[in-house]
Design a binder for this molecule. Structure first.
Ligand SMILES: CC(C)(COP(=O)(O)OP(=O)(O)OC[C@H]1O[C@@H](n2cnc3c(N)ncnc32)[C@H](O)[C@@H]1OP(=O)(O)O)[C@@H](O)C(=O)NCCC(=O)NCCS
Length: 142
């Protein structure tokens, strides 16, 4: 099987959103509309990746940075393609791209009960932070 990794473009959006919608553990919001993802990709060119088996989209991940730290979002691999190192290849590809942009550390968010993903991240070298709590604030528009 020849899986190819490419930078994500907005032309991938329909397939990517379908993959995310059908992937447990991926939480979608108004930050994931076509417009929002387009803005994200423009702000973070060539960092987000997709995996394709021939023409079929089988994996995707969003990656960006703020000039200080990197962030991964929504890594997902289609079920029939899991446990074939596609997820780890996508994540490593993002880390290498962040490294080339001078970024020294990357963070990501995982639902507390997404035990499979937590096991995956630990297996691939990520460290669970027990010293931090995620806090959020809505910003109203209109
Ligand atoms: C998490 C996910 C992306 C992993 O993708 P994948 O392509 O199956 O992972 P890989 O094949 O690259 O696995 C890399 C390593 O992690 C391990 N791993 C993968 N899934 C695992 C699981 N569910 N439990 C334990 N270990 C796991 C693999 O065994 C492998 O280790 P090895 O090299 O020692 O064999 C995939 O299961 C998925 O799409 N899950 C649903 C969406 C999700 O929860 N995403 C995370 C959002 S934070």
């Amino acid at each position: 099987m020849a899986i190819e990794i490419h930078p994500m473009t907005i032309d991938d959006y329909d397939e990517v959103i379908e993959l995310w919608k059908t992937s447990e553990g991926v939480g979608l919001s108004d930050a994931d509309t076509r417009r929002s993802i387009n803005l994200f990709l423009q702000r973070n060119p060539n960092l987000s990746l997709v995996a394709r088996d021939d023409e079929r989209l089988v994996g995707a991940v969003l990656c960006g940075h703020d000039g200080r730290r990197g962030y991964l979002h929504h890594l997902a691999v289609a079920r029939p393609y899991r446990m074939q190192n596609i997820g780890s290849t996508l994540a490593e590809g993002c880390l290498e791209r962040l490294r080339l942009e001078g970024i020294h550390k990357c963070h990501l968010f995982v639902y507390e009960q997404n035990y499979h993903a937590i096991a995956f991240w630990k297996k691939t070298g990520w460290v669970q932070r027990l010293d931090l709590v995620l806090m959020s604030h809505e910003i109203r528009h209109g």
